[in-house]
Write a protein that binds this ligand. Structure first.
Ligand code: CUO
Length: 680
């Protein structure tokens, strides 16, 4: 039961042994030809057992031609119904059976969503990798014209000899729109996959939320806050100012976005949004979506009032105190909103509704029969510049609350007897304290998402940002007369703002991005800690996003192998760990803190699941493995008298200048996963 059920490796000849009534009516006539297509030459046959089919009328209400969105409450309800069915099945075989029955009947996106949630949460499918969304729905990530070229390639060239189809870096706009300078970041495949995966692991609605996820509201705050800081740093690297929050919903939106994506399943193009659009009240009976901008403003004001008083109310009319530690978790659930919100009616569903208001601004009353834009789907939302304006506002609300809490005292920050004397960054072959970035071209397989014959791999080749591997070296002195345990917390932030001025402590701390966090033993006396960038607690390995392209062309052997490498998909992509920097070198501060593990530790059993991407994604079925508030020590304002980073430091912290140098050339990805495998 702990082994993957079905491992696709290269090309295999597979027949399917499926109960006749499982095949939808319209395919009945050709069923035999499809299911048994390899006849006696098949290497494997997959057998599906017939079981009683549950009532699927609720999820079937959304047709296969409609677009599915988690942000639409009626769609969520249907998906939750399906998730409950998948979760309630007795065995993995029964799950496969019902999933097979649903596969060609249920709306495809809803089906993949519900099945992925079930696989992630059923105890008997812990080790089953969920389908990589970029391969199932490549149309959500990759420019539409490529699919015509892919079809041509597949028809003319036999599988195995096909060349990857190159996708240019700049296809959604030109630098005439300044916002386009950071399109490589917004449209990055790994960044978007991470965001989709995060929302799968931490849904805001549905049966999986009530299985209480530890600190999910707080993680909503922290993960999105960190993405915002990363995006703002990326903007500074590209000579753009930090994002201006979308605080006035009545102002025209100067940010335009033309996605150039097609939804193949629904057979429609994602609508574009020219510059200057206005949000308006929504009234779309077809989606059961109806709300006014005034409603949103009322929810916002109630949330701000809750922050001012640090008191929320619940459905029973009781007061819920937002305390120093749990307040942020409650606020995260109020703001998103999740069904864990103390009072969904009173506080509304602010974050999700503004996603919707933006997604429907081109057709708020459905008079043109248009569906939602890319802000209406967590899979695609991060491509749009407006995403960051809205999330900057969400982040401001969180910051408003965090800034009302008392600052950390020296005592809370300190680790008696432990001091950090030196920290440095080493990139092999480069100057000390330099990080190097460049472009890389990597491949993704489109074929699972292409419904045409002949079959076999068709690869798209994508150009993306990447960084050279590097190490941190940290010298720590332990003057206690015994061994102690410490948590090493590594952050980086830019030194100068958009006008070239040194950041104040308060502005710089908000841009501190986490790079790594790990627990280590500190023996008495001097300790030299060396840590590789590939071990980061933030990231998933390069190969979890891309097919390996060591030799320039993927082969059946180096396609990634689920047996050895049971990837867990949630986590920041390794290739986006380091901001782009600049050609001349972008000046940043490296911050390292060693905190007292006695105050950090969470007593619980070791996790058996994924141990990658933990900083943003937590551990499956376990508490978040760090007792401190997320973002510690930068989640609070500075104590009195601290105006600069130097003044903030206690003896268990150290900062170091470094630069990030961008080389505007394409370099191949080195194999870097060995360390990661042994760590697991
Ligand atoms: Cu992740 Cu707005 O929460 O998209």
């Amino acid at each position: 039961p702990n082994e993957p059920i079905y491992v696709p490796k290269g090309e295999r000849k597979i027949n399917f042994d499926i109960p006749p009534n499982y095949v939808p009516e319209k395919y009945q006539a050709v069923a035999e030809r499809i299911l048994n297509r390899f006849g006696n030459e098949a290497q494997t046959s997959i057998r599906i057992n017939p079981i009683a089919i549950p009532d699927l009328s609720v999820p079937l209400a959304l047709s296969r031609q409609q677009s599915f969105s988690l942000f639409i409450p009626s769609h969520r309800k249907m998906a939750n119904h399906l998730i409950n069915i998948f979760m309630g099945l007795r065995t993995v075989e029964d799950l496969m059976s019902i999933a097979t029955y649903c596969r060609d009947r249920i709306n495809a996106e809803m089906f993949i969503y519900a099945l992925s949630i079930a696989i992630l949460h059923r105890p008997d499918t812990k080790s089953v990798p969920i389908p990589q969304l970029s391969e199932v729905f490549p149309d959500k990530y990759i420019e539409s014209s490529i699919f015509h070229r892919a079809r041509e390639e597949a028809n003319v060239v036999p599988a195995g000899s096909r060349n990857p189809i190159e996708i240019p870096l700049n296809y959604t706009a030109t630098d005439a729109d300044p916002e386009h300078k950071v399109a490589y970041w917004r449209e990055d495949l790994g960044v978007n996959l991470h965001h989709w995966h995060w929302h799968l692991v931490y849904p805001f609605d549905g049966p999986m939320v009530t299985v209480k996820k530890d600190r999910r509201g707080e993680l909503f705050y922290y993960m999105h806050h960190q993405m915002m800081s990363r995006y703002n740093i990326e903007r500074l690297c590209n000579n753009l100012p930090r994002v201006r929050a979308l605080s006035n919903l009545r102002e025209p939106l100067p940010e335009a976005y033309f996605p150039k994506l097609d939804q193949m399943v629904a057979g429609r193009a994602w609508p574009a949004r020219p510059s200057g659009f206005l949000l308006s009240d929504l009234n779309r009976s077809v989606d059961n979506v109806k709300f006014d901008l005034t409603d949103l403003e009322r929810y916002r004001d109630r949330i701000l009032e809750t922050i001012r008083t640090r008191r929320a109310r619940n459905t029973q009319g009781q007061t819920v105190i937002l305390d120093d530690f749990n307040g942020i978790d409650i606020l995260g659930n109020i703001l998103e909103a999740s069904i864990l919100s103390p009072d969904l009616n009173y506080y509304g569903d602010l974050h999700n509704m503004v996603h919707m208001a933006i997604a429907y601004c081109h057709d708020p009353d459905n008079r043109y029969l248009e569906s939602f834009g890319i802000m209406g789907d967590p899979t695609t939302a991060m491509r749009d510049p407006i995403f960051y304006r809205w999330h900057e506002f969400v982040d401001l609300i969180f910051t408003e609350f965090k800034d009302s809490l008392p600052a950390y005292s020296v005592q809370q920050l300190n680790f008696p007897g432990v001091s950090v004397s030196e920290v440095r960054i080493t990139t092999p072959g480069a100057n000390p304290n330099t990080l190097n970035t460049h472009w890389t071209k990597s491949d993704v397989d489109l074929s699972r998402g292409l419904d045409f014959t002949p079959r076999g791999s068709v690869m798209a080749r994508i150009q993306h940002l990447n960084n050279e591997d590097f190490f941190y070296t940290i010298n720590v002195n332990n003057s206690n007369n015994r061994e102690v345990m410490g948590t090493v917390r590594i952050f980086i932030a830019p030194k100068f703002d958009e006008t070239g001025r040194h950041f104040t402590f308060n502005d710089q701390r908000l841009l501190m991005i986490e790079m790594d966090r790990f627990v280590t033993k500190l023996k008495r006396g001097q300790n030299i800690i060396s840590r590789s960038s590939n071990e980061s607690s933030l990231t998933i390995p390069f190969e979890a996003t891309f097919r390996n392209v060591d030799q320039g062309r993927p082969s059946a052997e180096n396609l990634f192998d689920f047996d050895q490498f049971n990837f867990c998909g949630c986590g920041w992509p390794q290739h986006m760990l380091v901001p782009k920097g600049t050609k001349l070198g972008f000046p940043m501060d490296l911050f390292v803190m060693v905190s007292n593990y006695e105050l950090d530790k969470v007593d619980q059993q070791d996790s058996t699941g994924c141990r990658v991407g933990v900083s943003f994604c937590g551990l499956r079925d376990r508490k978040y493995p760090d007792a401190r508030s997320m973002g510690f020590p930068f989640d609070r304002i500075a104590r009195a008298g601290v105006g600069s980073m130097n003044e903030f430091l206690t003896q268990n912290m150290k900062i170091q200048n470094f630069t990030v140098r961008f080389n505007d050339e394409i370099r191949p990805q080195r194999r870097n996963t060995t360390q990661r495998i042994s760590r697991q």
